[in-house]
Design a binder for this molecule. Structure first.
Ligand code: SAM
Length: 214
């Protein structure tokens, strides 16, 4: 671990937003899935969520740019449990959904704990998910085509969230709780060693100022 690398990991962790996330509902194409995770990383999402009834999650694609290493992914068994989990943690769930009741995505206050629900490439957000979400948001479409690619829609909404959070100073100081910060820093800096500690049920060691440990 070079000092530069350690500083870089810390600088990225300093900007992670524990209260901004995405929930991907049956986004099954690996390049879309990976592109959404890459955008999530860019805006500081700490943990992303997915539901995929066909089993597992799509394999990662080159479009991820390696972001699967930096954004934790929690896979839920079904959409009900995914949304319940987010709501229990205080998230407001916004379904990116092309419905009549949808708000313009720029009208939402994303400085509140926000989860952006994205639907399947072909079918969109399911009726059940839309029912459980707190509100629908839409990116106004002025052309001939009805919808955007799902990863493009994710980027448009997440970067609006980033803009609002930037203006509110959310990237100026670390927002992860100290224990999560410490744990994640060790996992990012020493992924192989972290796995060994986890397997043995041992706590991670403290890192010194240069990112080393005894
Ligand atoms: N026929 C589908 C429908 O009616 O929802 C289109 C699905 S679209 C290709 C895939 C996903 O991208 C949608 O479920 C939604 O989450 C997101 N999306 C695409 N365009 C959008 C827009 N203009 N506003 C909000 N979300 C959009």
């Amino acid at each position: 671990m070079t000092p530069e690398r350690y500083r870089r990991l810390r600088a990225v962790l300093d900007k992670r937003q524990p209260d901004l996330t995405v929930l991907m509902e049956n986004v099954h194409k690996p390049h879309n899935f990976s592109a959404i995770l890459r955008t999530a990383d860019a805006v500081g999402v700490f943990e992303a969520h997915a539901v995929n009834p066909t089993g597992g999650v799509p394999t990662f694609h080159d479009t991820s740019g390696g972001s699967e290493k930096w954004v934790y992914l929690r896979v839920h068994p079904n959409i009900e449990e995914a949304i319940a989990h987010l709501k229990e943690r205080g998230f407001i769930v916004y379904a990116a959904n092309l419905s009549d009741r949808a708000l313009d995505y720029r009208e939402v206050d994303y400085t509140r704990p926000s989860a952006v629900l994205l639907g399947a490439e072909k079918w969109g957000v399911s009726a059940r998910a839309a029912e459980l979400a707190d509100a629908d948001v839409i990116i106004p479409m002025m052309g001939m085509v009805q919808s955007l690619n799902v990863s493009v829609a994710a980027a448009v909404i997440l970067f609006e969230a980033q803009r609002q959070r930037f203006e509110a100073g959310f990237y100026d100081r670390p927002r992860l709780d100290p224990e999560t910060y410490r744990r994640t820093l060790f996992e990012w800096a020493y992924p192989r060693e972290a796995e060994v500690y986890r397997r043995q049920g041992l706590p991670y060691p403290e890192l010194d100022d240069g990112g080393g440990f005894a």
